[in-house]
Write a protein that binds this ligand. Structure first.
Ligand code: ATP
Length: 211
């Protein structure tokens, strides 16, 4: 518990340095399904940058049609919730789901920032995506709204034409694609996804259809 003095010092520091009151990481994705790679990456960023929380933000757009494995947005959000529930640093961000349809990061972050002007947002992306930031919708305005955090990846440069904070996280070679394929082939995904997510997938018979 903070003493009155500690609280006063914190308030004073924030006033003097004009430091935003909350520092929040955002990990956007399809989470179809969420896996250990997502959780490890989010934890590493939250810890290394000392963030107050990291939010997992599922997109509203259904998975690509040619995958023929349409998973309801609710199932993806429920799986994220199952995956993060025991970690006090993690939260589910439903902004894009609530808006529906395709959301540009710029529109989402602009809306979040308008709601919470005192929050500093850290938008987390893989190192392989940093080179493509110039293609993002309204990127010049977006970099003023959020701080980008890049996860270093072997074989990709750690330079960027936009400001990026680089974070080292262990490279975990797990993808949602791999999880879906394993399930459709009847293989185990134990230790690749949290147990609660594996249970949810089983209970709802997700990804079982072998196309
Ligand atoms: P898919 O295989 O369906 O494309 P994915 O595993 O990449 O899915 P997403 O939900 O698209 O999962 O990922 C959300 C974010 O997490 C993206 O920024 C992605 O680059 C990052 N990410 C996904 N898997 C890993 C991993 N194993 N290590 C680090 N970052 C990851």
């Amino acid at each position: 518990m903070q003493t009155v003095n500690q609280t006063a010092t914190k308030v004073l520091t924030e006033t003097v340095t004009n430091r935003p009151r909350r520092r929040v990481g955002i990990l956007g994705g399809t989470f179809n399904p969420p896996h250990l790679g997502h959780l490890i990456m989010a934890q590493q960023v939250g810890d290394q940058l000392g963030l107050d929380e990291v939010r997992f933000m599922p997109d509203a757009e259904p998975p690509h049609v040619d995958e023929k494995k349409t998973i309801a947005v609710e199932d993806r959000a429920n799986m994220v919730q199952e995956a993060i529930v025991d970690n006090p640093l993690f939260r589910l961000e439903t902004a894009e789901i609530e808006r529906g349809g395709k959301s540009y990061t710029y529109d989402t972050m602009k809306a979040l920032k308008a709601k919470h002007p005192d929050t500093q947002y850290y938008f987390i992306i893989g190192g392989d995506m940093v080179d493509y930031l110039h293609t993002w919708y309204h990127i010049e305005d977006l970099v003023k709204l959020v701080t980008f955090v890049g996860i270093k990846r072997t074989g990709y440069p750690t330079t960027s034409q936009y400001p990026v904070i680089w974070v080292d996280a262990p490279l975990i070679d797990i993808s949602s694609t791999q999880i879906r394929q394993k399930i459709s082939h009847g293989h185990s995904v134990r230790y690749l996804v949290p147990e609660a997510v594996a249970a949810y997938i089983k209970e709802h018979h997700l990804y079982e259809q072998n196309d």
